[in-house]
Ligand binder design. Structure first.
Ligand SMILES: NC(=O)c1ccc[n+]([C@@H]2O[C@H](COP(=O)([O-])OP(=O)(O)OC[C@H]3O[C@@H](n4cnc5c(N)ncnc54)[C@H](O)[C@@H]3O)[C@@H](O)[C@H]2O)c1
Length: 304
């Protein structure tokens, strides 16, 4: 089996690459390294350092003859999307359409798209949000990610299989602690460095934190089962930012209180996802508990 994996030098994509290779899949990673890093990239993948929109990929994908496309590459920051919505749309919609098109032309039969579940439903009308919850993104990022999901639904041939995994807040090793997203990586690295921690808002805002290896398992389950549709992937649990701060403080032995600042635009107050559909359709459930996942993330950051 052969897979084209976009964004395979990034946080989630690099873990997907590792697991696919362990399963004997031949992997071609396409990544322009705009936020990803060569240090994440397995030596066992074929790598093209290209933008997903690059025309060279038209021939590149025809020559590679992949069975599947896993589309992870994205502008993945909510706050960046607010400051630069046109760039966000260019990467997440237009460039996404181009790689989708190259894949269709090359005869790819299965498509997995890493969508957002956290930024899609907007301020929830009920919790946990299931896949039927009205879609009402409050950031350009949520809108652009959702738009590409619709294009996949509209444009893929009837013979192709398509799964959109709507991910909650993913955390774990290799998440960029220097980025703007990824509260776990940012807090943990700052605590290890002995730096102050800023919390936007009162810290009671809650999220659904899912471990990166559990997300990888959901991608593999989607590919192996061939189940189609839009499926939430999360822990199914609600955790506040203050709770994350407390767990990490006690794990690291950090004693400085956080500095509370004004809320950030584009962030919802509370969100967590219903994962019933993932259980039923994919036979998937999150296995890692939060405390253990945080511990493993901290251990890896400590030894970097
Ligand atoms: N991290 C999360 O909590 C989370 C939650 C929901 C959904 N997602 C989605 O999962 C996917 C992966 O997110 P991540 O957290 O690993 O982000 P990431 O920034 O670590 O990875 C994205 C990768 O895509 C690459 N990339 C970006 N634009 C590109 C382009 N035009 N051409 C080629 N490569 C390009 C980057 O260099 C990077 O390696 C994204 O689609 C994101 O929207 C992430």
């Amino acid at each position: 089996m052969k897979a084209v994996l976009t964004g395979g030098a990034g946080f989630i994509g690099s873990h997907i690459a590792d697991d696919l290779i362990d399963k004997g899949v031949e992997v071609l990673v396409i990544d322009d390294l705009s936020s990803g890093s060569l240090s994440n990239l397995s030596k066992r993948v074929e790598f093209l350092n290209l933008n997903i929109a690059d025309r060279k990929l038209s021939d590149g994908l025809k020559n590679f003859k992949a069975d599947m496309l896993i589309h992870c590459a994205a502008q993945a920051s909510v706050s960046h999307s607010i400051h630069a919505p046109a760039f966000d749309a260019e990467v997440n919609i237009l460039n996404g359409l181009k790689i989708m098109n190259y894949a269709m032309e090359s005869g790819v039969g299965s498509y997995v798209y890493l969508n957002t579940g956290g930024a899609l439903y907007g301020e929830p009308q009920y919790l946990p949000c299931d896949e039927q919850h009205p879609i009402n993104p409050i950031s350009p990022y949520g809108l652009s990610k959702w738009t590409l999901e619709n294009y996949f639904d509209l444009l893929l041939p009837a013979s192709a299989k398509f799964t959109s995994l709507r991910l909650a807040n993913v955390y774990g090793p290799r998440q960029d602690p220097g980025g703007e997203a990824g509260v776990v990586a940012i807090f943990a690295q700052k605590m290890l460095n002995g730096e102050d921690i800023k919390i936007f808002g009162d810290g009671d805002q809650s999220r659904d934190f899912v471990y990166v290896k559990d997300v990888v398992a959901s991608v593999i389950a989607a590919l192996e089962t061939g189940v189609q549709g839009h499926i939430n992937i999360g822990s199914g649990e609600q955790t506040s930012v203050n709770q994350i701060f407390e767990h990490l403080s006690s794990e690291i032995g950090y004693t400085t209180p956080p500095i509370y600042e004004s809320e950030r635009e584009g962030d919802v107050r509370h969100i967590y996802l219903s994962i019933e559909k993932a259980k039923e359709d994919l036979g998937w459930t999150a296995k890692m508990n939060l405390e253990e996942g945080l511990k493993q993330t901290v251990n890896i950051l400590r030894h970097r």
